[in-house]
Ligand binder design. Structure first.
Ligand code: SME
Length: 348
């Protein structure tokens, strides 16, 4: 399973990507013909462009380089020498040749300044990774998470209109297309790890909650924002925390989102009190079938309650979520919500 995010220092510790195969430089008519013949036979191509950086405001330069990689050979097309040749436009418009890149809309818009064309068969890794619960969008971080490899960005801001390119520039440009190709292939091979939209929403909640809790030490403030995060994401009927009051042996209503709720629940009573007593997540598919369920609202039909522990393993609160529909929650919800509850444990 792929991680949803990765920290910079972890990326920097990874081994560097090694480009496989040959780099073909394309600047003449016969080289264009050779490249187009080869590339048009490939089902999948990594794709990227490079544009000379502009340091003052104003219109961007036209892309100087168009790169393709089929994982074996890389082709660097010097657009300043070749223009955008018709044979290459045919590849960019062929729905049967998958072109894989990152933020491809920008590359396409740049290429369309050479010649108008109707792009087809493009896959944007920034969209594709979301299906796997990956939140990162930069090629560097996607490469780190998916390939376990680091790509160097040291050549990114160089003069891409130079001819000939330096060896380091050619290697960088080819590697970018190669990495896009490799990421795509690996994702396809791990097709079964795609996440449902609901899982992806939980992954995003976890990332947001981790960053909220990292910056704020106050328990109530964090509970307030986390309940808002869940409520806003899923639109559940009621989301909130009950905190343990050891003196009265009661749960006391904490930060929540939704309609008014009961303020105190004794130990062992209702779903929340049972969660406290059993120290584990309770899923209630139908509240009418749970003996002792406390109906704060007649609209609540199913419920999940997750315990929150502190560092010492003491139970400090429960997170309660109510749905207006029966059977809303299952093991997937409990897995993610327990992970969310675990973020509090790291802090308190
Ligand atoms: N139904 C809960 C009480 C809390 S409310 O749903 C907000 C229970 O049985 O513990």
């Amino acid at each position: 399973m792929f991680a949803s995010t990765i920290e910079n220092h972890v990326v920097e510790s990874l081994p560097q990507v090694e480009l496989k195969g040959h780099i073909n430089l394309v600047s003449t008519r016969s080289q264009v013909e050779h490249a187009a013949r080869y590339l048009s036979r490939q089902p999948v191509l990594g794709f990227d462009t490079e544009t000379k950086p502009r340091f003052s405001s104003g219109r961007m330069y036209m892309p100087a380089l168009l790169q393709f990689s089929d994982g074996v050979s890389s082709y660097l097309i010097h657009l300043k020498k070749t223009g955008l040749p018709q044979e290459i436009v045919a590849i960019l418009c062929d729905p049967a040749i998958i072109k894989v890149g990152a933020a491809v809309r920008d590359d396409i818009a740049g290429l369309q300044r050479y010649a108008p064309f109707e792009p087809a068969g493009f896959v944007d890794l920034q969209d594709m990774v979301q299906e796997y619960g990956i939140v990162e969008k930069s090629v560097k971080k996607m490469s780190a998470i998916i390939l376990g490899k680091r790509i160097s960005k040291s050549q990114q801001v160089t003069n891409w209109e130079a001819f000939p390119l330096s060896g380091a520039q050619a290697l960088y440009a080819a590697t970018d297309a190669y990495v896009c190709y490799s990421i795509y292939n690996k994702l396809i091979a791990h097709n079964s790890e795609k996440k449902s939209p609901r899982q992806r929403m939980y992954e995003e909640i976890l990332v947001s909650a981790a960053s909220l809790l990292k910056d704020e030490p106050d328990l109530v403030a964090n509970m307030a924002n986390v309940s808002a995060l869940i409520k806003e994401t899923f639109k559940f009927w009621w989301v909130g925390f009950y905190r343990i009051d050891n003196k009265s042996r009661e749960l006391v209503l904490g930060p929540f989102q939704g309609p008014l709720a009961c303020t105190r629940i004794p130990f062992g009573r209702g779903v929340c009190g049972t969660c406290w007593k059993q120290r584990k997540t309770i899923i209630v598919p139908d509240v009418e079938k749970f003996p002792g369920h406390i109906a704060c609202s007649s609209r609540s039909r199913s419920e999940i309650v997750v315990p929150l522990f502190d560092k010492k393993g003491e139970l400090i609160a429960v997170l309660d979520i109510d749905s207006e529909k029966t059977g809303t929650f299952d093991q997937m919800d409990s897995r993610y919500l327990e992970e969310l509850a675990g973020l509090f444990k790291n802090i308190y």
